[in-house]
Ligand binder design. Structure first.
Ligand code: ZN
Length: 241
């Protein structure tokens, strides 16, 4: 049975590099203001598609600012984006698109995190991982303005949803997702368990489809990282059922 690991920032390792960046994705779907089905006002986390380019949409201005919108407007905007997004993308409120845009300074190291669920790889890091046989990596150049003369090229990993938390690690009385907006209000369990039948076979890094802030890597990914002595990722093995 293949092994799978929850990927998180190893802060001890990343703090050795004295650099940081401040950036956001160029476009986003609005958050939802008071769903007519469940009444929730909400926005998602972890749904990010840096390769999706909305510059061709007449109404791209409506995607530039963080805001919330009534359901009808949210749903209309989501339909404008859907043909441009990967087929597996669920596109909840707050989904991000386009490259990261912002500023950076200092040495970001071979890899850098934003929060616990966005991973930037320096171009040579990405190439080394691919040369080690890691499958399904897709990097999109982050548009970071550095102060120094020869800045590194940093790529954001586009991680698509694949694999699910197993129902056994979720509360038995968990309500169904809202039929209107899809919100389920899931809390991450203390001991996440993966649903073995849901795991993608063609990729070595992905996000959970029902908990997009959890990044998962295969044993092949972990071994490649170890062989390359890449620091900055903490691996926690996940149970599978
Ligand atoms: Zn709802």
């Amino acid at each position: 049975m293949p092994r799978y690991f929850w990927l998180q920032e190893d802060r001890v390792a990343t703090s050795r590099h004295h650099g940081d960046f401040n950036a956001a994705h160029r476009w986003r779907l609005p958050g939802l203001a008071k769903c007519p089905g469940c009444g929730a006002t909400w926005s998602s986390s972890g749904h990010m598609y840096p390769s999706v380019d909305l510059s061709g949409l007449h109404e791209q201005d409506l995607f530039l600012k963080a805001r919330s919108a009534p359901f009808a407007e949210f749903a209309r905007l989501r339909e404008l984006v859907r043909p441009l997004a990967p087929p597996a993308a669920t596109l909840p409120p707050g989904t991000r698109f386009g490259p990261l845009v912002g500023t950076a300074q200092g040495d970001l190291g071979p890899l850098s995190w934003q929060g616990s669920y966005l991973l930037l790889l320096r171009r040579d890091t990405m190439e080394q991982l691919q040369a080690e046989g890691v499958r399904g990596l897709m990097g999109v150049r982050a548009e970071l303005r550095f102060r120094q003369k020869h800045p590194p090229e940093m790529l954001e990993l586009q991680l698509e949803p694949g694999g699910l938390l197993h129902p056994q690690c979720l509360p038995p009385d968990l309500p169904l997702a809202c039929a209107t907006c899809g919100r389920r209000g899931l809390q991450l369990p203390d001991e996440p368990i993966l649903d073995g039948a849901s795991l993608p076979m063609d990729r070595d890094v992905f996000r959970l489809g029902n908990y997009a802030t959890v990044l998962v890597g295969t044993e092949r990914f972990m071994e490649a990282v170890r062989r390359l002595r890449l620091e900055g990722i903490h691996f926690q093995e996940l149970s599978i059922r």
